[in-house]
Design a protein around this ligand. Structure first.
Ligand code: 16G
Ligand code: ZN
Length: 551
């Protein structure tokens, strides 16, 4: 009928590239941009079907390859909650992307629609939000996504233009909550909750004007551009954005991935920045790391303040507010609520950070690499904080906890406003609005870091000294078949090929405070090796000997 012929005719314009097998991977499809037209078109179809399946909730499509080369691109889906596409749809995404002909594609879709009982009658119209980063290939890929969406009857695409990945996820979530969800609404929410946190600082003026300054490397991407707009709406913070425009090449010698992996200052930063608080975003602004440029000549390594330390700062702040809140126990019902606070890390978390968090008596949980895994675990807590060392992360507040908190705040403010407890409740509420609940967000993360540093009167040095990172090293080994390596226990143990884990154990035991693991990359044909030990030489040497075991 109409739907079938529509799909057949529109898909005939998008043949998949020959000899390439694409996979949805850790964070959507990613490849050289020239290969992606048909994939993105098909993701458009998938998003439309997903929306119909989810009672016509809004679904998002983001076109980005994050920190990868400017010539790469990629596409991923935001589910109705604003989070990542539900994992049980990934096999369908793979099958769609690789269907060789329009007939195969149609057959796949027909079978899937049947199996999932997706209503294709066009009775409930549905909306898909499209966004893209600054990559030049984004425009035509976005067009392909539109074609895919509109090949399903009753579904329309709305182009949100150039946005950060977290902005798009935020917009999807906000729309499904019945809120206004344009860029200005996002900026409003961030700037007003930031202002609220600043207004709640008990003894302001502890910081000099200079301390209120942060210099941000925008990776020559979308994050820098957006920060230039957002900063105009902020009081009490001076943001200087570098690498914001499109003068330099996206992610080349700049950005959070470069800074974190190479441990050097990005292009445009140097001796003039000694003593300043610096931060770096990645190409789609979902990663954030801080750093200081080295003060002594001859030392090129920066002082890195990574995702683990952002996590630690957030954990300290949240824990303090929770304990203030529970100090005074009223007789009122519900006020004894013991909120469960948990933190989620991956095997890449520096061992010193995990020790630190455990000393704070926090529940620390490990998952495999990739936001979708961490997010899922964090959502099991009343307040779940997750971060990858590379700077991806956020704080999740459960619905039920926020309800309780709202009610508790009302209760407290009816007794007296401005009490310690009431202020703590307000801070938590503001933090829940500032930090992106859909996905890790470098811009909202930056504002929360800045608010907490001001709250505590801390310099970046003071923050960085919470604990000292163990020296670590990462190397990668090119392999023919990365699937030969299978891991368990959140990627900390190799179960296949047999014998490797025993060999890693023997190597690791040779080094004081040694720890090492290998894992297949989810984004490249390599095996990644991580090692840490008490000295840099030892970490390097452990990484190299473990890498030899893989070769
Ligand atoms: C993706 C993931 C990131 C992870 C990285 C690991 C998302 C949004 N991004 O970029 O979280 O750290 O992959 O890459 O989930 P790898 O598997 O190649 O080491
Ligand atoms: Zn990214």
């Amino acid at each position: 009928e109409e739907q079938h012929s529509l799909l057949l005719s529109s898909s005939s314009c998008f043949s998949p590239p020959e000899g390439v097998r694409l996979s949805y991977g850790t964070a959507g499809f990613r490849a050289d941009a020239a290969l992606l037209q048909s994939t993105v078109y098909r993701v458009g179809i998938l998003a439309a079907l997903r929306s119909l399946k989810m009672e016509s909730s809004v679904i998002g499509i983001m076109i980005t390859a994050s920190h990868n080369k400017v010539t790469d691109n990629g596409v991923k889906i935001a589910d109705p909650s604003g989070g990542m596409l539900s994992r049980d749809w990934e096999p369908f995404a793979d099958a769609l992307a690789n269907a060789p002909t329009p007939q195969h594609l149609l057959q796949l879709i027909t079978e899937f629609v049947e199996k999932e009982s997706i209503p294709l009658d066009g009775v409930r119209p549905a909306t898909i939000l499209l966004g893209r980063d600054t990559r030049p290939s984004g425009e035509s890929l976005l067009e392909a996504a539109k074609q895919g969406v509109s090949s399903i009857l009753g579904v329309v695409a709305i182009d949100m233009g150039i946005v950060t990945t977290p902005q798009l996820h935020w917009m999807v979530r906000a729309r499904n909550m019945g809120m206004k969800a344009y860029e200005l609404d996002y900026f409003e929410q961030l700037s007003s909750s930031f202002r609220c946190l600043i207004d709640l600082i008990p003894s302001k003026g502890r910081m000099s004007e200079g301390d209120l300054k942060v210099v941000v490397d925008g990776a020559n991407g979308v994050g820098g551009e957006k920060l230039e707009l957002l900063k105009k709406m902020l009081d009490n913070l001076f943001v200087e954005v570098r690498n914001s425009g499109r003068d330099g090449v996206l992610n080349e010698g700049v950005g959070a991935d470069f800074v974190q992996k190479e441990k050097v200052a990005p292009h445009g930063f140097g001796s003039q920045d000694i003593g300043l608080r610096c931060a770096s975003l990645d190409g789609d602004a979902d990663r954030l790391v801080y750093f200081c440029v080295p003060s002594s000549k001859g030392c090129s390594d920066i002082e890195l303040v990574d995702g683990d330390k952002i996590l630690s700062l957030f954990a300290i702040f949240i824990k303090e507010q929770l304990s203030t809140l529970s100090k005074e126990r009223g007789e009122n019902m519900g006020s004894n609520y013991q909120a469960r606070l948990g933190v989620v890390q991956t095997a890449y978390a520096n061992g010193a950070s995990t020790d630190f968090l455990k000393k704070l008596e926090l529940e620390v949980i490990f998952t495999p690499t990739g936001v979708k895994h961490l997010h899922e675990k964090a959502a099991e807590f009343d307040i779940g904080i997750y971060f990858e060392a590379n700077g991806h992360g956020t704080i999740l507040f459960s619905e039920s906890f926020l309800c309780w908190l709202e009610a508790r705040h009302k209760e407290l403010s009816s007794v007296s406003t401005g009490s310690e407890q009431e202020t703590a409740a307000l801070r938590l509420l503001a933090a829940s609005k500032l930090i992106n609940q859909a996905v890790g967000d470098a811009l909202s993360g930056l504002l929360l870091v800045e608010a907490i540093l001001q709250h505590k009167g801390w310099s970046i040095r003071r923050w960085s000294e919470l604990y000292q990172d163990l020296p670590s090293r990462q190397v990668k080994v090119k392999v023919v078949d990365r699937t030969a390596v299978v891991t368990a226990n959140a990627e900390t143990i190799v179960v296949r090929p047999p014998g490797i884990q025993e060999a890693i154990n023997i190597e690791t035991a040779k080094y004081p405070q040694g720890r090492s693991f290998i894992r297949p990359s989810g984004t490249e044909d390599v095996i990644r090796v991580y090692a840490e030990a008490s000295t840099q030489e030892a970490a390097d040497s452990l990484a190299n000997s473990v890498a030899k075991l893989v070769d």
